[in-house]
Design a protein around this ligand. Structure first.
Ligand SMILES: NC(=O)c1ccc[n+]([C@@H]2O[C@H](COP(=O)([O-])OP(=O)(O)OC[C@H]3O[C@@H](n4cnc5c(N)ncnc54)[C@H](OP(=O)(O)O)[C@@H]3O)[C@@H](O)[C@H]2O)c1
Length: 267
């Protein structure tokens, strides 16, 4: 069976870097995001083509259904699902606009729920496959709705991994720290206070993620410093975790769009 990966969020950042790295490693791709032009340009540029483009909005029911249908198809089957599409909000709850909060939950949580559910069924039926979700180190150390959405991704992925043990379907959560992508600009947060050493390159994150996936790991936290930090911080009480985060990675909402909003902490 030709290895074929469906990658959501492939038009930018971590999803794009994962798509590039997968193509280099011999995978055919189904590239998913809203921006069709960016996806088409990427499909042309990648080695090992031709690759498919599926331009869908993951915040809509019809978009989620279209992607689930592609995952379920037995013709040119998807053997790896990567759910990298994700978003944050422009301020800390409860000052963030409710529409943004609901949109974030639809993309980060509901779409991950539906796509991984569909992939688990299709891949178990075929007796082969892989699922990589994208959580965040925020799942370990932050509070707030973005961190909660990423904790949900992490815990759901670990549960799915246990449920699919010995089924031929490999499951891993990727939990990166601050990564240089469009994420913070899109969610209108100012990460200029984040310490320089905390920034990761999306290409390094993608390489580490695929190496760890091939090694059968349950969770990939890219970067030695982040692994040490996660190990240390996870043993602190919640208040202690937030205090550490505020010192090393203060994030502010961009004031012009959300004037009432105090600090928010998402990565
Ligand atoms: N950057 C970080 O510091 C960081 C750290 C930890 C975890 N993460 C997580 O990593 C993942 C990737 O983020 P990134 O940093 O690569 O951000 P990014 O550069 O902003 O990329 C986000 C991707 O998600 C897609 N997307 C957003 N809304 C969508 C929608 N409604 N329907 C379909 N696709 C949608 C975007 O494509 P279109 O706009 O073309 O639809 C884009 O390809 C996210 O889950 C994020 O939470 C990021």
């Amino acid at each position: 069976m030709t290895p074929r990966a469906l990658v959501t969020g492939a038009s930018s950042g971590i999803g794009r870097a994962l798509a590039v790295e997968l193509a280099k490693r011999g995978w055919k791709l189904v590239l998913v995001a809203r921006d069709e032009h960016k996806l088409a340009a990427l499909a042309e540029e990648l080695p090992n083509g031709p690759h498919d483009v599926l331009s869908e909005d993951l915040s809509t029911d019809s978009g989620m259904q279209a992607i689930c249908a592609r995952i379920d198809a037995d013709v040119e089957p998807v053997t790896l699902l990567v759910t990298a599409a994700g978003t944050g909000t422009s301020g800390a709850f409860p000052w963030s606009p409710m529409a943004e909060e609901e949109m974030m939950l639809r993309i980060n949580v509901l779409a991950t729920l539906r796509l991984t559910h569909g992939a688990a069924h299709a891949m178990k039926r075929r007796g082969i496959g892989g699922i990589m979700t994208v959580a965040s180190t925020a799942a370990y150390w932050s509070a707030g709705t973005y961190a909660a959405s990423k904790s949900w991704v992490l815990l759901t992925t670990l549960g799915l991994r246990a449920q699919l043990e010995n089924s031929g379907v490999r499951v891993m959560a990727l939990s990166p720290g601050f990564t240089k992508t469009e994420f913070h600009a899109r969610s209108q947060t100012d990460p200029s206070g984040v310490k320089a050493w905390m920034w990761l390159d999306a290409e390094d994150v993608a390489r580490q993620a695929l190496d760890d996936f091939d090694a059968g790991k349950a969770v990939c936290v890219p970067g030695r410093r982040y692994r040490a930090l996660v190990e240390t911080v996870r043993h602190l009480p919640p208040g202690g975790r937030s205090a550490v985060l505020r010192r090393i990675a203060p994030l502010r909402s961009q004031p012009k769009t959300t004037p009432m909003s105090p600090d928010s902490s998402q990565d």
